[in-house]
Write a protein that binds this ligand. Structure first.
Ligand code: ATP
Ligand code: MG
Length: 592
């Protein structure tokens, strides 16, 4: 599909992160910052040139699953800030945990970021990094900390460590190994690395303060033994750094200025700073040091984003896969037809804050409508066809009608389609006995065939069960849309139609919310019990001739909403369209 440009789609609203970056830049906080053209230690960066990037941010996913709409928020934020402030955003895989990480996820994540419209190539450099490439440096940092008295190898079992850690109200207690000589810890760390000890038998801990009111500073584990094969480094290592130790080092090696994460990491910030300050003192990492900032993660109604729950939906067959159009994954949203521009608008609109709040799903649909309304080609689809016969229209006659491709964009020109004696209309556009305020077809009433003529209903034909199978009408030849005098006959109803001989059959998948309650994972509620039983309806409909069904173009089917050809199932010989969303919010208060 065509990649879209990354111009901001909404006026930029300020937020606390923008304010921080602006004041950092105004204060010249990064003047003198060097960049060697690649990540590296203080020694490497010292050989660099003044950094061409005014700021550096990063998007650091763990390659252990498919990205979802929450990640889109982080991608738009990090890449967006770099773009707007003359900076660079690094694409970094935080692959320090050997278990559960796979190449398949790496590929899918890169694809999703590109599709969203972002690029990690800047200043002729591809800023694509893997934290696992830093394992040798991280190990050297661990050695340096031991030598400086800032870390020790503890031989307590994980259970003992937990018991000694204390609680929110009680301080922890020192391990008996805490005071062992640095040389002994260093020797043990090397034995750990050399595979001499089993998993869990010992671990390297930072020596900080077992009585700290912040439990994260009570001598956290920084390296552990894991005899596991890593997706990139294979069996080279059997010791792996803990996330809280690895992350600040990754940021520092990459000369990140603003390390943006979600609020859960707020309590980790003191340890983040501790690691970087110690490593700076030891000459390991370059200055200025990165700073961590936290914002509220995106929480949205009617979806779940927990990896475990998404996996369960896939594994247990509640959806057809990670890319099921009802999934909140980026592959799912993309297949459903939410364009990258709509997702970017949604992320921009929902802002950046320090307060956890739930964003209503309808904002995403609203963003899609706003992005697509000015550009989406219009077309007609009939979902529940009923035959309409214009009895005074010759069976041999084909009349060409015209309609705007997009009423907001005259430059897009007009589309043409044929009007013939037999047409398909929506079943709901005829009522033998009209309910109150019904302005469409019923015997004796006149309506306009949209872009065609005014017709007057003369009756209907029923089958043996009393079901209406054909509607009859006569047209008024003086009323063709777009011709002089066509509006002399006033009618209240407008009916969409397609020439029966020219209609294109298509499968149409009408999607709805996957869950029928706004908070499917609130409290202890069983999220599977909240699945919406009517989240998809598959129907065989008919399309206006000329409708394109193989590109990823979002089309507005008049009256019905925005639709996109299904990327996987739609073929020239059998079109399949997904409805992204309706023209209006049908989930607003009161509506169902
Ligand atoms: P895990 O529970 O496996 O850590 P995760 O959702 O945090 O899952 P990561 O791969 O670590 O997944 O996330 C990559 C980045 O995306 C992180 O910087 C994280 O803060 C951010 N992110 C993840 N979910 C959201 C969300 N809902 N809103 C905003 N940012 C998010
Ligand atoms: Mg995470």
């Amino acid at each position: 599909m065509s990649s879209e440009s990354v111009t901001p789609v909404a006026p930029i609203t300020t937020n606390f992160l923008r304010n921080i970056i602006e004041s950092d830049l105004n204060a010249n906080r990064f003047s003198g910052k060097l960049w060697a053209g690649k990540p590296g230690t203080a020694a490497v960066q010292a050989g660099g040139t003044p950094d061409p990037a005014r700021i550096r941010t990063r998007f650091p996913p763990e390659p252990n699953g498919y990205l979802h709409i929450g990640h889109a928020k982080s991608i738009c934020l990090n890449f967006g800030l770099a773009r707007d402030f003359g900076g660079v955003c690094h694409m970094r895989f935080d692959d320090t945990n050997p278990e559960k990480e796979e190449q398949e996820y790496v590929d899918a994540i890169l694809d999703a970021v590109k599709w969203l419209g972002f690029d990690w190539t800047a200043n002729n450099t591809e800023h694509l990094y893997f934290a696992s490439d830093y394992f040798p440096v991280m190990f050297a940092c661990a050695e340096a900390l031991i030598q400086a008295g800032h870390a020790y190898v503890d031989q307590q079992s994980p259970e003992e460590m937990r018991a000694m850690r204390g609680t929110l109200t009680e301080p922890g207690r020192d391990s008996s190994w805490r005071s062992r000589p640095a040389a002994e810890s260093l020797q043990l760390l090397h034995e750990m690395r050399d595979g001499k000890h089993p998993d869990g038998s010992m671990a390297l801990r930072a020596r900080i303060d077992m009585a700290s009111p912040n439990i994260n500073l009570r001598d956290p584990v920084i390296y552990r033994i894991r005899h596991a094969t890593h997706h990139r480094t294979g069996d080279t290592w059997c010791v792996y750094p803990m996330y809280a130790f690895a992350h600040p080092i990754e940021d520092a090696l990459e000369c990140i200025t603003h390390s943006i994460c979600t609020l859960e990491f707020e309590d980790q910030r003191p340890f983040y700073d501790w690691v970087l300050n110690r490593l700076q003192e030891l000459g390991q990492v370059a200055t200025p040091l990165p700073h961590q900032y936290e914002f509220a993660r995106l929480n949205m109604s009617y979806i779940v984003t927990s990896k475990r729950k998404l996996l369960q939906l896939v594994k247990e067959g509640y959806v057809s896969g990670w890319d099921d159009p009802r999934m909140p994954t980026l592959v799912g949203l993309r297949r459903r037809g939410y364009s990258a521009a709509a997702l970017r608008l949604f992320c921009e609109r929902t802002g950046v804050s320090k307060n956890n709040a739930r964003i209503d799903y309808s904002l995403l649909d609203q963003a899609l409508r706003e992005v697509q309304d000015p550009v989406a080609p219009r077309s007609v689809a009939i979902l529940h066809p009923l035959k309409l016969v214009i009895t005074n229209f010759s069976a041999h006659m084909i009349e060409t009608c015209q309609a705007p491709r997009n009423p907001h964009d005259p430059a897009a020109g007009m589309r043409e389609f044929p009007l013939t004696r037999e047409l398909w209309i929506e079943r709901e556009d005829f009522a033998e006995v009209p309910p109150k305020k019904y302005f469409r077809l019923f015997p004796g009433n006149s309506v306009r065939l949209k872009y065609g003529y005014v017709i007057t209903c003369t009756g209907c034909v029923k089958d043996e069960n009393g079901q209406v199978i054909e509607v009859h009408a006569e047209y008024n030849p003086e009323t063709k849309s777009g011709t002089p005098g066509s509006d002399l006959v006033k009618v209240k109803g407008n009916v969409t139609w397609i020439s029966a001989a020219h209609a294109i059959p298509a499968e149409i998948r009408l999607y709805d919310r996957l869950f029928s309650v706004p908070f499917p994972d609130a409290g202890d509620s069983d999220f599977l019990a909240c699945l919406n039983p009517n989240s998809v309806e598959v129907i065989q409909g008919l399309l206006e001739p000329g409708t394109v069904g193989t590109d990823a173009v979002v089309t507005q089917f008049e009256r019905l909403g925005y639709f996109v050809p299904d990327q996987i199932d739609s073929k020239a010989e059998k079109l399949v369209f997904n409805r992204v969303t309706t023209l209006r919010d049908t989930w607003a208060a009161g509506a169902t």
